[in-house]
Each structure stands twice: as structure tokens, then as C-alpha cells.
Design a protein around this ligand. Structure first.
Ligand SMILES: *[C@@H]1O[C@H](CO)[C@@H](O)[C@H](O)[C@H]1NC(C)=O
Ligand SMILES: *[C@@H]1O[C@H](CO)[C@@H](O)[C@H](O)[C@H]1NC(C)=O
Ligand SMILES: *[C@@H]1O[C@H](CO)[C@@H](O)[C@H](O)[C@H]1NC(C)=O
Ligand SMILES: *[C@@H]1O[C@H](CO)[C@@H](O)[C@H](O)[C@H]1NC(C)=O
Length: 416
């Protein structure tokens, strides 16, 4: 299996569901429009007034049980979809009625029959072949199957409908013929707040490949709030022009191509725990870390993991928990205050990224009272490492596919 969809590759003992809080965010869509045509898509910029300020296309994102959810609207009338944000895969899909096999979701299922702009893609369409798993159904629909690293799976038909985003000025931006999977049979580790998944990889069907060129380039930025941030607090994902990460404190590392264009690989040279430097094993080449918002922890190749693990244990002035088999081999501590742990510096080519315990330790949930666990796991096979969403929190991170770089800027994402 390829690296597409690294979503939750590891069972995470510490991610127990906690009380669901209903989203309070509600965006009113103003109608009246300007239209533009590009590459077969129609973009409609809905404006309240007729000024010419450039909108930055945005979507709110918030944290829920180790994953991050992004809001977009699909259909006519627009239905709010909250989808898991995954830079490690390319397909956008949502659970659709009629449901042959779906996981539980708290919001009603998207019903294609209720959208006046919904269309199934024909399997004769070149769009069907943008996804390598598109096959013809007897009705000539484009059936797809799309799997993830944790064995989650979605099956359904490829479809097009109008998608609507928000913007920095509050004005909705909508585009027609947005391509996504209408998932009629979806299984795996999804939670009831996830109505689907938003693939943000570099491949042709991803959100950024679809909308980037329409809004000033294939680039986007994200600011993920830390784990356990109140679900009502959202930060923003920005797309295209205006999404660049600029200013003081920005560090930048090149994206290194590897296999498919889906994945965002960067090169990690080594890690410092406070002042002690541990190099990446020299037999491991470039493109050794996948930047993946769909995987919560960091996964490191075993040799580097073992050294970082030992040194973190050295630097924390508490006794690790050894009497709780449910924690497995994780490095965990019991403390009623915030955990005081070392600062880790990830030395990427050209970019030193500093991580504090907020980004490296899973804090306690109501179910794991007082227990903090290191959010860095042991990669016991020869697959590349993963720079997961925990470590990405409280950084404004820009993915610029046109320039082939990733930029990091320390930012309090709860205030962004
Ligand atoms: C749904 O997909 C699963 C996994 O591929 C399969 O075992 C099951 O039969 C499917 N269910 C239906 C109703 O098609
Ligand atoms: C699209 O395909 C699905 C699944 O095959 C089907 O249930 C639905 O009726 C189709 N919708 C339209 C508008 O053709
Ligand atoms: C195509 O997808 C539809 C709806 O998901 C399903 O009912 C049908 O069995 C699939 N057909 C093939 C040939 O995969
Ligand atoms: C990482 O995994 C390897 C292989 O399973 C094991 O030998 C090693 O002890 C693990 N490292 C730690 C620190 O648990």
C-alpha cells in the first residue's frame, strides 16, 4: 500500500471520546454574485457590497479527539460538512444517503437527491480516471474504493456538486462542479463528528489541486489548535493567494518528491532533546518524514526513536508509569499539574522547528485523568517517519506546492 491516507495509523489508547459539544458556528450565506470561469469550474464570489478587495478563501477548523475537522458547504442549498483534514490523501468524500454501510454520524447524512446541483460522474468521463480506483458500475457510474493506512475504507460513486467556502471578509465563495466521493459504504476509525474526509494532498483530486489554481496558486496554510482545545474554538485554513506564511520567525524546508505527488515529504536531519543532538540514521535517505495532518502522533524510525525516548525519559523529573498494561510501551507520566518536559528541536533541512510539551505530550482526557503520554511513537517497519498533527499544532504551517516548500511559524492557533 502507498502512503496515501496515513490517517490514524496507530491505535491511540489515550484518545477516548469525551463529551461531544455541538458546533455553535453558523455561517450565513449571502446571495448575489460575480462569476468567473477557469478550467471548467465556475467560481461565484458572493458579495454583500461591490468592493474589489481580494478575498482569501478560508475554512474554519477545530480539534476533536486527536483529529481536526474542517467546515465546507456542499450542494444547493448548501449543507455544512465537517470533514477530517488529511494532508496525507487526495480524495474528498462524504457519507451519502442511501447508506449501504456507514459509521454513525451525529448530523444527518448528505442526501444527493436533495441537492439541485448534484451530479454523478459518468465512468466515461476523464474525471473518473483521476482516481486510480475508479471503475464502471452497470449504470456507468464511476464507482471508487479508497483505503487508508489504518485500514479505513470508503466506497461509493464519484460526484460533482457546488462547494461553498468562507473567506477572510466573511463573504462566501462558491464553485460549481467540485469533485468528491459520495461514500455509500464507509468503515474504519471515523468518529461521529466526521461527516467525511477532506484530502489535502498534492494529487489531482485533492482540495488544493481543485481550488488552488482558481484562487491564485496551489498553496494553503493551516493553524491547528492543540489537542483538547474546546471544539468551539476554531482556527482557519487559508487557500491560494494570501495564504503564504510570512513575517518574523518563519522557517522553510523543501518538499522532496517521492513516488506519487500525493504526499508531502520533507527531510529530517536529526532531533535535539534540549541540547543533545541525535542524527537521523545515515542509511535513511532524504524525504524521510511525511507531514500528515491525518495522523495524530509523530512516528520516528526505531533507531532515532530509541534515543529520543531515552533522553526525554532522562529529562523528565518524574517516574514513568510502568504498571498500566493499557498504555503499552508508551512513555507516560502521572502528574496533577502540567507536565514539565524538555523542548525538542526537529532539524529539517533549512528549518529548525521547536516543540514544547504541548506539541509532544498527549494531555489527560477525563478518561485518562492525570496521565500524560509522549506523542512520539516507534516506527517498527522501514516506512518513512510521520510528522503528525500533534506536532503541527500551534504552528502556522504553509504548504506551497508551486514553490515546493513547507514553512513553519510559531503561532497561538487558538487566537488566530
Ligand atoms: C461494505 O464494505 C465492506 C468492506 O469492503 C464489505 O465487507 C461489505 O459487504 C459492504 N457492504 C455493502 C452493503 O455493500
Ligand atoms: C448516483 O449514484 C448513486 C449510487 O449509485 C445512486 O444511489 C443515485 O441515485 C445516483 N444519483 C443520481 C442523481 O443519478
Ligand atoms: C457501485 O457502487 C454502488 C453504490 O455504492 C453499489 O451499490 C454497487 O454495488 C457498486 N457496483 C460495482 C460494480 O462496484
Ligand atoms: C521500538 O521497537 C523495537 C522493535 O519492536 C523495540 O525493539 C524497541 O525496544 C522499541 N523502542 C522502545 C523505546 O520502546
Amino acid at each position: 500500500m502507498t502512503y496515501r491516507g496515513q490517517k490514524s495509523m496507530v491505535p491511540l489508547q489515550s484518545f477516548y471520546p469525551y463529551l461531544a459539544i455541538i458546533f455553535l458556528l453558523f455561517h450565513v450565506l449571502h446571495l448575489s454574485s460575480i462569476e468567473a470561469q477557469n478550467d471548467g469550474f465556475t467560481i461565484k464570489l458572493f458579495r454583500k457590497t461591490s468592493n474589489n478587495i481580494q478575498n482569501i478563501v478560508q475554512a474554519p477548523i477545530n480539534a476533536y479527539i486527536g483529529q481536526h475537522l474542517m467546515e465546507i458547504y456542499i450542494g444547493t442549498p448548501p449543507i455544512k460538512i465537517t470533514g477530517l483534514v488529511d494532508t496525507g490523501s487526495d480524495l474528498i468524500w462524504i457519507q451519502c444517503a442511501p447508506c449501504l454501510g456507514c459509521y454513525k454520524q451525529i448530523k444527518p447524512m448528505f442526501d444527493p437527491l436533495k441537492s439541485s446541483t448534484y451530479n454523478n460522474i459518468s465512468c466515461d468521463s476523464p474525471l473518473c480516471h483521476k482516481l486510480d480506483t475508479g471503475v464502471c458500475s452497470p449504470e456507468k457510474r464511476c464507482n471508487y474504493t479508497y483505503g487508508y493506512g489504518d485500514n479505513s475504507l470508503t466506497k461509493g460513486v464519484l460526484a460533482q456538486d457546488t462547494a461553498t467556502f468562507t473567506s477572510n471578509t466573511g463573504k462566501p465563495v462558491s464553485l460549481s462542479r467540485f469533485l468528491f466521493g459520495c461514500g455509500h459504504n464507509n468503515t474504519g476509525g471515523f468518529n461521529d463528528h466526521e461527516m467525511g474526509l477532506i484530502g489535502l494532498g498534492g494529487g489531482p483530486t485533492s482540495l488544493i489541486s481543485q481550488i488552488g489554481p482558481l484562487f491564485g496558486g496551489k498553496k494553503f496554510s493551516q493553524c491547528l489548535v492543540p489537542f483538547l482545545t474546546d471544539i468551539k474554538i476554531s482556527s482557519r485554513m487559508s487557500f491560494g493567494k494570501g495564504s503564504q506564511v510570512l513575517g518574523n520567525g518563519v522557517v522553510t524546508t523543501p518538499l522532496v518528491p517521492r513516488e506519487k505527488d500525493t504526499s508531502y515529504f520533507v527531510t529530517l536531519l536529526g532531533i535535539s532533546v534540549e541540547d543533545t543532538y541525535f542524527p537521523m540514521n545515515s542509511t535513511i535517505g532524504k524525504a524521510n518524514m511525511l507531514v500528515d495532518s491525518g495522523t495524530p502522533p509523530i512516528l520516528l524510525p526505531q533507531q532515532l526513536y530509541d534515543k529520543v525516548f531515552a533522553e526525554v525519559r532522562n529529562k523528565v523529573a518524574l517516574k514513568p508509569i510502568t504498571d498500566d498494561p493499557s498504555l503499552g510501551t508508551q512513555l507516560c507520566y502521572r502528574t496533577q499539574t502540567n507536565l514539565k518536559g524538555p523542548t525538542l528541536t526537529f532539524h529539517f533541512v533549512g528549518a529548525n522547528v521547536l516543540l514544547t510539551p504541548i506539541q509532544t505530550f498527549i494531555p489527560p482526557t477525563p478518561q485518562t485523568k492525570g496521565i500524560f503520554c509522549l506523542a512520539i511513537y516507534n516506527r517498527t517497519n522501514s516506512d518513512p517517519g510521520v510528522y503528525g498533527n500533534f506536532a503541527q499544532s500551534n504552528y502556522l504551517i504553509g504548504f506551497d506546492l508551486d514553490r515546493q516548500v513547507v514553512s513553519f511559524k510559531p503561532t497561538d492557533c487558538t487566537k488566530q
